[in-house]
Design a protein around this ligand. Sequence first.
Ligand SMILES: NC(=O)c1ccc[n+]([C@@H]2O[C@H](COP(=O)([O-])OP(=O)(O)OC[C@H]3O[C@@H](n4cnc5c(N)ncnc54)[C@H](OP(=O)(O)O)[C@@H]3O)[C@@H](O)[C@H]2O)c1
Length: 283
Amino acid sequence: MIAITGASGQLGQATLKHLLTKTEPGNIVAIVRDAQKLESFSGTGIHIRVADYNDMASLKIALTGVEKLLQISTSSIGEQAAREEWNVVTAARLQGVKHIIYTSSVKPQENHHFLSARQSLKTENDIIASGMTYTFFRNSLYLETIPQFIGSGLYDGNIQFPAGDGVVSFVSRIDIAEALSIVMTEKSHENKAYEITGAAAFSFQDIATILANEKKLPATFTDVEEAAMKEQLAELQMSTAEIDWFMTLAGSVRANEFSHVDHTLEEILQRKPTGLIDFIQSI
Ligand SMILES: NC(=O)c1ccc[n+]([C@@H]2O[C@H](COP(=O)([O-])OP(=O)(O)OC[C@H]3O[C@@H](n4cnc5c(N)ncnc54)[C@H](OP(=O)(O)O)[C@@H]3O)[C@@H](O)[C@H]2O)c1
């Protein structure tokens, strides 16, 4: 059987939809911590099992009989993320899972600015050390996160983000989901690390220019000071840990750590991936 953790999330649900077109529903196990979130899949014939990344016993039960696992990276941060990802890898190894497909971060490095990219590298290394076959989907930033970065800039054209002239090879989460469903149901992806990116990289100034062209907004980009950004985030009731995590992401964009462009996604999909202009037109 093929299982997906984090199946209730946006990437998980999109992957499940594609997977249902490629394999028998009885072959699919969706692992979630709240079964109600997959109510829309209840009539499809897939198996829905409940487990929490923090609960090893529940993970082991949920992974019974699973040969191939899509491990969707956790949305937690820091020590908790480390513990949760370790639990999933360990439970998979103990239950005899043969192949893990893991959603990592583009070009992860030990000295990466972005905290979650450093965690992704650690989990990749744990998976390799476990002896299981692996496929790493090293995803660049989702196009769908742009509204979170630019906030009201989407409507008033005034983008404030401390990214300097750093560029990002934004990639569509929906395209990633389709590619994951292909890799999960095909052979030839064993022990590969794929850099999953859009076909070009764009700065936040580029986003402003595209907004101006496509949405006829008086778009401007301000490379806002870090302290001012932190104040804005605190006003949104984010915790200090979340603000610090977000600032590591901004620092990473500024340092061009999400700039790598790769054509693997196009090769897997056998079509052009969704681009930034397509995305901006669609919102
Ligand atoms: N590349 C990017 O731009 C980008 C952006 C955002 C996130 N990410 C990463 O990619 C992952 C998938 O993205 P997404 O958009 O699908 O995120 P998402 O919608 O937030 O989904 C996260 C999934 O992880 C599950 N999860 C979190 N903590 C868990 C726990 N303790 N036990 C079991 N399940 C847990 C969530 O379950 P619930 O539904 O119960 O909460 C949800 O199913 C994220 O988790 C994050 O690591 C990447």
